[in-house]
Design a protein around this ligand. Structure first.
Ligand code: SF4
Length: 130
C-alpha cells in the first residue's frame, strides 16, 4: 500500500528510474486491488524497479575499507548483492570498524553477513603488501 487516503484513490507516486541513463520519469498508482500500476517506463525494467523501490528498496553498497601494510590507506569494496536500504547505515557502521591487511585480492571476501543480511562484502581491487 502506498499511502492511507480516506476512501479516495491514493495520489500517484513519482520517481525517476535509475536503471539506465535514460532516466524515465515514472508514475506509480495503487489499484483498488492493491496492485501497483507503473506509467512512464520505456521498458519493462522500469516497472520492476518502481515496484521494488516502493515495496522493498535495496542498493548495492560501494565504499572503502581501511587497510594496513598497503601503498594506499583504503581499498574499495562493494556488497556482493543489493542489501535493504534500511540496513545501509548499520552496514556502514560495521564497515567503519573493519581493517584489512595487505595483500588482498580482487574478489576476496572482506566481511561475511553484512549487517545480518547474509550478504558478503567483497574487495574490488588487488592491493599488494608494501
Ligand atoms: S524504464 Fe527502462 S529505458 Fe527507462 S530509465 Fe528505466 S531501464 Fe532505462
Amino acid at each position: 500500500m502506498l499511502e492511507e487516503n480516506s476512501g479516495q484513490s491514493a495520489p500517484a507516486r513519482e520517481l525517476v528510474c535509475i536503471i539506465c541513463p535514460r532516466g524515465c520519469q515514472l508514475s506509480v498508482q495503487e489499484n483498488p486491488d492493491g496492485s501497483l500500476a507503473v506509467h512512464g517506463n520505456a521498458c519493462p525494467r522500469g516497472q520492476t524497479y518502481a515496484i521494488k523501490e516502493l515495496t522493498a528498496p535495496s542498493r548495492t553498497l560501494t565504499t572503502t575499507v581501511r587497510i594496513k601494510s598497503a601503498a594506499l590507506p583504503v581499498v574499495p569494496v562493494k556488497s556482493q548483492a543489493e542489501i535493504p536500504k534500511a540496513k545501509l547505515f548499520e552496514a556502514m557502521q560495521q564497515i567503519s570498524h573493519l581493517v584489512l591487511t595487505a595483500p588482498v585480492k580482487r574478489g576476496s571476501v572482506a566481511l561475511t553477513d553484512l549487517a545480518g543480511t547474509g550478504i558478503s562484502l567483497i574487495v574490488t581491487r588487488d592491493m599488494e603488501r608494501v
